[in-house]
Write a protein that binds this ligand. Structure first.
Ligand SMILES: [Fe+2]
Ligand SMILES: [Fe+2]
Length: 283
């Protein structure tokens, strides 16, 4: 089990490293039941080389910015599913408006943390289109998921602001794109594949938060451990939906995406990101 350290700067800006109490490790131990099915679902653990890279203090700004982007992408993915498969025309505009402040913050540099915190208190009443199969099955978990991902978004932003880490635009890594390339092009297989991918992304995020927490300073470790429960539920929600909508066994597709996902996590990747593969030496 790794030793816990936290990092802080002294007045001269020098980074100091101190050993912490074992509190976040014991908190992590409480989540063993929750992590066991995640580890069984994923075909590999996060490589130690990725953890060794991610724990470097100089990687923290990129890690947090990418994490914040991932939270928005998770909300956008669920929103796309809602808009394509569930929402009636009269609910489309309201759904689009919901994400706009977060998208404007990321893509245009507009808005502030207090404005975003006020946004997520809005409750959404979505009207499902007539004859949308599985509308209610998709609606409730996806609305909750969007709310939670947007809450995580503002939590990451709060941490960045507290540490004077500015938001900077970064490119997307290969991970989600690599998974989406394998999506079948006819319904309902397209939807089923996207839901399985959603399950893998959520499961990997959960596994990585837990794996990374022991290497982070105490407040960050506490935050990452606090995300485990919702991300584990998101993984389960996506998988349950995929099974229900497929109406048949999805074991083969789950296996195929599991192998693809593990390849993206284990093979060399020069573009270090939250979901990147095994890092190659810094350029
Ligand atoms: Fe999240
Ligand atoms: Fe999530």
């Amino acid at each position: 089990m790794p030793t816990l350290f936290f990092y802080r700067r002294n007045e001269a800006g020098k980074i100091l490293k101190k050993q912490t109490k074992k509190s976040s490790m014991s908190e992590l131990a409480q989540y063993a039941d929750l992590l066991t099915p995640i580890h069984q679902f994923l075909h590999c653990k996060t490589p130690q080389a990725w953890l060794d890279e991610a724990r470097k203090p100089e990687r923290l700004p990129l890690l947090l910015v990418d994490h914040m982007n991932c939270e928005l992408k998770a909300a956008q993915t669920a929103m796309l599913l809602l808009r394509k498969y569930v929402a009636a025309p009269e609910s489309q505009t309201g759904l689009l408006e919901w994400l706009k402040p977060y998208e404007h913050f990321i893509y245009r540099g507009e808005g502030s943390l207090p404005e975003l915190l006020a946004q997520n208190k809005i409750s959404k009443n979505i009207i499902a289109k007539n004859a949308a199969p599985y509308a209610q099955d998709i609606l409730d978990p996806m609305i909750l998921l969007i709310k939670e991902e947007l809450h995580h978004f503002t939590q990451v932003l709060e941490i960045m602001e507290a540490r004077d880490i500015p938001y900077q635009s970064i490119t997307a890594g290969r991970y989600a794109k690599g998974l989406m390339q394998a999506v079948r092009t006819h319904e309902p297989c397209t939807l089923v594949d996207k839901l399985i991918i959603g399950a893998y992304i959520e499961a990997r995020s959960c596994e990585r938060f837990a794996a990374l927490a022991p290497y982070l300073d105490a407040p960050l470790a506490k935050f990452y451990v606090s995300l485990l429960r919702s991300e584990a539920r998101h993984y389960q929600d996506y998988l349950t939906l995929a099974e229900k909508i497929a109406g048949e066994s999805i074991a083969l597709r789950v296996q195929q995406f599991g192998e693809l996902e593990a390849a993206l996590i284990q093979t060399p990747d020069s573009d270090f990101k939250f979901h990147s593969g095994s890092p190659t030496p810094l350029k």
